[in-house]
Design a protein around this ligand. Structure first.
Ligand SMILES: Cc1ncc(COP(=O)(O)O)c(C=O)c1O
Length: 416
């Protein structure tokens, strides 16, 4: 007798059937255990596709090691949106280091990483079926964050290479007019991932005024706020006005600026009491562990240590960016200059055999197979045009990255 069909919920099935893991990530996990080593594996794999800064990891572990007197209170339930003392320490630290004005601890929510903050915040500020404008190129994770469980639709705002990927009110109008769903919000990242660009006060105000004129909620993702090494200083949305207003929210996390994505600690700042109350109702399912909160609270309150850490991290990023771009230039690999983050965009359009997404996939595969290096394809970042690749240069040792660029240059010189 034939077995009855396996019964499974539509929700569960939808999660399983949801967009498959992108190819570059599957290849990354398949190859990660065979990474490059100068003697043991000189042909080994070099990952240039994950936005992580591991260069300061030893220093951070050393700092955290000093806070071993963990109180037993971390074992119990606490405020689901974050321990109040931690939020006070965070408010003081974030205010003086990048927000540009004082923020009250009551305006802050702590959850398990920026991804959780985004998912819960958008659940609260929009309804299933609503649209959210996201300028592209973009961080690829916004799609699962907003679409998978929240049921929103991302409406891309396609910035173009011939205008230096600038976001303009005209492009926002164009995207808004083309949207097939009611647009409720704009999600804007500064410093930008993947362009590694910092936006000026004037640019931020222009975007904010545009969004306010259309009654949209605006979420500023400032997760790279401290990872800035160029001449232009970072400007936080918090510093634009004396208060954020009901419609503006800021997201940050320890994942990037502190290279601590595994600790899962993200932060929301909002002046909207209803939003904060609604987020509180969902926080229980995404709490940042008490132990993690304790460690990070000690760290951000340790002014001398944390300021020294940030200064060193920024100097180091500047140094590694200079070394990477020098090598790219020596190998005649075109790139777009960056001033923040730990990635840049390589412009490999001239190496495509046709101006198509299939040609981009073929080039990505050839680079992976022949050079054993993995770049993030522009398609994953929703870039409007094929041929751009993101290169993340701080998740591997400097020697490994230099070797990878040499290999990349050789593959590109060798036409297929
Ligand atoms: C712009 C941006 N926002 C959010 C995230 C997610 O961060 P988390 O690991 O804290 O969830 C990332 C991670 O790459 C990112 O680049």
């Amino acid at each position: 007798m034939k077995a009855p069909p396996h019964r499974f919920s539509r929700r569960g099935r939808r999660l399983i059937d949801a967009s498959p893991r992108p190819c570059y990530l599957s290849e990354h996990f398949a190859r990660a255990h065979q990474s490059w080593h100068p003697e043991l594996r000189p042909d080994g794999y070099v990952s240039l596709c994950i936005a992580e800064n591991k260069r300061m990891a030893d220093r951070l572990v050393e700092c955290l090691d000093a806070y071993r007197q963990v109180p037993s209170s971390v074992l119990g339930y606490d405020d689901m949106i974050g321990n109040l003392e931690f939020r006070r320490n965070l408010a003081a630290f974030m205010s003086r280091s990048f927000l540009g004005r004082d923020i009250d601890a009551e305006r802050i929510v702590v959850l398990a990483g920026a991804g959780s903050v985004l998912e819960i915040l958008f659940y609260v500020i929009a309804d299933a079926g609503d649209g959210v404008l996201v300028p592209t190129p973009s961080y690829a994770g916004f799609w699962p964050d907003l679409e998978l469980r929240d049921g929103l639709t991302i409406v891309p705002v396609q910035c173009r290479s011939n205008d230096d990927f600038r976001l303009t009110p005209a492009l926002l109008d164009e995207a808004m007019a083309s949207a097939k769903v009611p647009v409720r919000a704009l999600l804007f990242t500064t410093p930008d991932n993947p362009l590694g660009r910092v936006y000026t006060r004037e640019e931020l105000l222009e975007i904010l005024e545009w969004a306010e004129g259309r009654d949209l909620q605006v979420v500023f993702d400032e997760i790279y706020a401290l990872s800035v090494f160029g001449d232009r200083a970072f400007v936080s949305a918090a510093s634009l006005r004396q208060d954020l207003s009901e419609r503006v929210h800021i997201v940050w996390a320890f994942s990037k600026d502190f290279g601590a994505s595994g600790l899962r600690c993200g932060v929301l700042i909002s002046d909207n009491d209803d939003v904060l109350r609604a987020v509180n109702e969902l926080a229980y399912w995404s709490v940042c562990s008490g132990y993690t909160q304790y460690l990070l609270s000690q760290l951000v309150a340790d002014r001398e240590v944390v300021d020294d850490y940030i200064m060193r991290m920024q100097d180091d990023l500047k140094h590694v960016y200079e070394r990477v771009t020098q090598r790219l230039e020596a190998m005649a690999i075109a790139y777009l200059p960056a001033e923040a983050g730990f990635f840049l965009i390589c412009d490999l359009r001239e190496h495509l055999d046709a101006p198509t997404w299939n040609a981009e996939r073929r080039l990505w595969r050839r680079i992976l197979d022949e050079a054993n290096i993995n770049l993030t394809p522009g398609e994953a970042c929703r870039i409007a045009e094929p041929g751009f690749f993101r290169m993340c240069y701080a998740a591997e040792s400097e020697a490994a990255v230099q070797v990878a660029i040499e290999r990349l240059g050789r593959v590109l010189r060798r036409r297929p």
